[in-house]
Design a protein. Structure first.
Length: 377
């Protein structure tokens, strides 16, 4: 079976982990944490990095920085993982959904303004499967309506967006470097992985301090074990940071491998008319976190039946997200009843992604494409 993801770890990781073990720095103190935070923030063009234990907790801390009140609203795509909606709902606030763009699969930014109300506090653009959200309209709206932007960059390490700010010359900016706060996951299938892990980035010292405090149980610096706020233990360990730092040192190679993989799949699958492949808009440099496919209905198959046939021939896949408005757990809370987002619904029905891990070899990629062609012929 060709796995949907297999990480590729190197000697540097072994060396840094050995250092943790030999020196005894195995908890959330140690040199690798600060170095990883600082270097990742710098790479993305932000000032502060706050490492946490996964991407979901990064979003919980990011939303925690906003002091949301019950009934406040956060605009986000329906087509995303539950980690985005969860921290909003937890605080009694309301995720307000928009559909996704049929080509980039990211939030349809033309639908945002109509969803802004007096209760809107934030917009949460989520870059999907390696492709950036069209950020100019998001950032312009946020400025105009005084909203906070929490950029979920879990799936786009190293992706770039051509930003046109206020009539200035366009500049390429890294994803995770454009919002007021951005969040990352370093789960084992991400471009940089710490096994489990995550990070928030911000250039705002107030958010940075608040995030550090929320990550560490809101201990007060002047008096330990005395609390005026509720926080969490979401700390990352030095060993996790060691893995992240080792990969950051060779991140150019990681990016090159992903872009090679994207181009190689596209080259081999582009003539299959019943498949929609990932795009790269002229304003985007995408990183192919996962190589997605959307299958035409005229094949008589949905993604579930397509996946079964691929698996029977030795190719593992994963289905696309099921939109937030199709989640029973939210219906039970009175959210999203009778809401429809037709593009997200179609993506959920017809979309899946192919093996896309960093350890994928050219021979495996060839075989995946042969199997896909075989099933569709
Ligand atoms: C867009 C997005 N946000 C958040 C997360 C949550 O990250 P984690 O699995 O590290 O909690 C993921 C996970 O893949 C994700 O894809």
């Amino acid at each position: 079976m060709i796995p949907v993801n297999e990480p590729l770890l190197g000697e540097r990781e072994t060396e840094y982990i050995a250092e943790c073990l030999q020196t005894g720095w195995i908890s959330s103190a140690g040199r690798f944490i600060e170095e990883f935070e600082q270097k990742w923030a710098e790479y993305c063009g932000m000032q502060y990095g706050i490492a946490v234990c996964n991407g979901t907790t990064a979003l919980q801390v990011a939303v925690g920085c906003l002091d949301l009140q019950p009934g406040d609203e956060v605009i986000m795509p329906s087509f995303t993982i539950i980690s985005c909606a969860l921290p909003v709902v937890e605080r009694g606030a309301i995720p307000v959904l928009v559909d996704c763009d049929p080509l980039t699969w990211c939030m349809d930014v033309s639908q945002i303004e109509a969803k802004i109300t007096a209760r809107t506090r934030a917009i949460m653009p989520v870059h999907i499967y390696g492709h950036p959200v069209d950020m100019d309209p998001v950032l312009d709206l946020a400025k105009r309506y005084n909203l906070v932007v929490i950029e979920d960059a879990a799936e786009v390490h190293g992706a770039e967006y051509l930003r046109h700010a206020n009539g200035a010359a366009p500049v390429w900016q890294r994803c995770g470097g454009m919002g007021h706060i951005s969040t990352f996951s370093f789960y084992a299938n991400k471009l940089i992985t710490t096994g489990e892990g995550g990070m928030l980035l911000t250039s705002d010292p107030v958010y940075a301090e608040k995030a550090r405090s929320l990550r560490n149980l809101c201990f007060r610096p002047e008096r330990r074990f005395y609390h005026t706020e509720l926080g969490y233990n979401y700390r990352m360990t030095n060993m996790q940071a060691a893995l992240g730092l080792a990969q950051l040192e060779r991140f150019d190679q990681i990016l090159a491998k992903k872009r090679w993989m994207g181009a190689a799949y596209t080259e081999r699958l582009k003539d299959i008319s019943c498949l929609q492949l990932p795009v790269e808009k002229e304003w985007a440099r995408q990183v192919y976190w996962m190589y997605g496919l959307v299958l035409a209905e005229n094949t008589g198959m949905d993604a579930v039946s397509f996946a079964k046939k691929l698996e029977a021939r030795g190719v593992q896949t994963r289905p696309f997200f099921l939109g937030m408005h199709e989640q029973p757990v939210f219906w039970e809370r009175g959210l999203f009843k009778d809401e429809h987002y037709p593009v997200a619904e179609r993506m959920a029905r017809q979309g899946l992604y192919l093996p896309s891990g960093l350890a994928l070899t050219e021979a495996q990629l060839e075989q995946v494409c042969e199997v896909v062609k075989g099933v569709l012929s």
